[in-house]
Write a protein that binds this ligand. Structure first.
Ligand SMILES: NC(=O)c1ccc[n+]([C@@H]2O[C@H](COP(=O)([O-])OP(=O)(O)OC[C@H]3O[C@@H](n4cnc5c(N)ncnc54)[C@H](O)[C@@H]3O)[C@@H](O)[C@H]2O)c1
Length: 321
């Protein structure tokens, strides 16, 4: 029988990918709530994981989620909850190397699921993605929107959710899947393919031009990472066997992000125009009514406030970080 989680109990929680951008905020939220947290992260060189993201007092096991040796970590720590944020997180890399993407995002997930069951964990919380929907015919996206992922990354996230259902039905491991929109905030990697907000902030701080693809009017649903951490806290005790889309319900364009940064910094960064990136969707918007009604969760942070908090974080980092 699955035991019900009750408020006030200290839980043992393994967070995979807990040295990364989102995972490290989830770790902070769990630790602040008094839970006992252990991080497993491979610090993959193409990902956003850094040792420095893991706060003092939290153990980091430097290990790949595909490695069978995580079994020892699981059996020693005996987690009640496993929060799985480790992933190959790039749509572009997934399109170039679908095998690697599946190895980490499917086989890695299966390895974690298997060891979670063996160690007696009750529940796995899964970082899924709005990418499972591809480009839907209707916005906003809700949970029931048909899933037509346009990238191997979206396909492996979708497949991951099916495995969660199988493990719940066959092995009594509960789950909640969180399908994030575009997450942004402190610690996001401003290099490479990370979200446009972190990339733009990096350019504004360096007083460099920013590149705007297409006409800049393409929109995304940008959700602040601390709001995402708070829903990860909420589903420790709720959301059994459910998936939720996690967004603000608002669409903001790349031009909106640019204008917010010009207003914040007083610096009108020169704009380099570029063509639409192949496969880039025009719009995205997520209606989190289900999370609101079942979890009592709603995004709290206005885009301008989140951008300011993110900018101030990057501004405080030592030069060359
Ligand atoms: N950033 C977003 O907007 C967004 C949107 C939807 C879903 N997600 C999902 O959220 C999760 C976290 O994404 P993020 O943006 O924080 O990326 P991130 O790269 O900062 O975090 C991922 C972490 O996983 C680790 N990792 C990668 N491969 C690993 C492996 N084989 N074994 C162990 N650890 C490994 C990395 O070192 C990194 O610390 C991912 O599952 C991602 O797919 C992110």
């Amino acid at each position: 029988m699955r035991r019900l989680l009750r408020k006030g109990i200290i839980l043992r929680i393994i967070v995979t990918g807990g040295a990364g951008f989102i995972g490290s905020h989830v770790v902070d939220a769990y630790a602040a709530a008094g839970h006992d947290v252990l991080v497993i992260d491979s610090l993959w060189e193409r990902g956003g994981g850094r040792r420095a993201n893991v706060r003092n007092g939290i153990s980091l096991v430097h290990m790949d989620v595909r490695d069978d040796a995580i079994g020892r970590v699981f059996s020693d720590f005996k987690p009640e909850i496993v929060n799985h944020h480790a992933a190959q997180h790039s749509v572009t890399i997934s399109a170039r190397d679908a095998i690697y993407d599946a190895q980490v995002n499917v086989v890695g997930l299966l390895n974690v699921l298997d060891h979670a069951v063996r160690a007696g964990a009750r529940k796995l919380i899964f970082a899924s993605s709005g990418a499972i929907y591809g480009t839907p015919q209707h916005l906003p996206i809700v949970e029931a929107t048909p899933q037509h992922p346009a990238s191997p990354y979206g396909i492996t996230k979708m497949a991951g959710e099916h495995y969660l259902r199988f493990y719940r039905d066959a092995k009594d491991l509960d789950f909640t899947a969180l399908r994030y929109g575009n997450v942004y905030g402190p610690r996001q990697d401003p290099n490479g393919e990370a979200g446009v907000i972190a990339i733009f902030i990096g350019k504004f701080l360096a007083r460099m031009p920013v590149r705007i693809d297409w006409d800049g009017e393409q929109t995304r649903d940008y959700v602040f990472v601390k709001d995402v951490a708070s829903v990860n806290l909420g589903v420790l005790e709720a959301g059994s066997g459910e998936a939720y889309v996690i967004g603000t319900g608002k669409r903001s364009s790349v031009n909106d992000v640019y204008r917010a940064l010009v207003e914040l910094t007083g610096f009108a960064a020169p704009v380099e125009r570029a063509l639409q990136r192949p496969g880039d969707a025009r719009d995205a918007q997520f209606d989190s009514a289900k999370a609101r009604s079942q979890l009592g969760w709603a995004s709290q942070t206005e885009l301008r406030d989140g951008i300011r908090a993110t900018y101030e974080y990057f501004e405080r980092l030592p030069p060359g970080y």
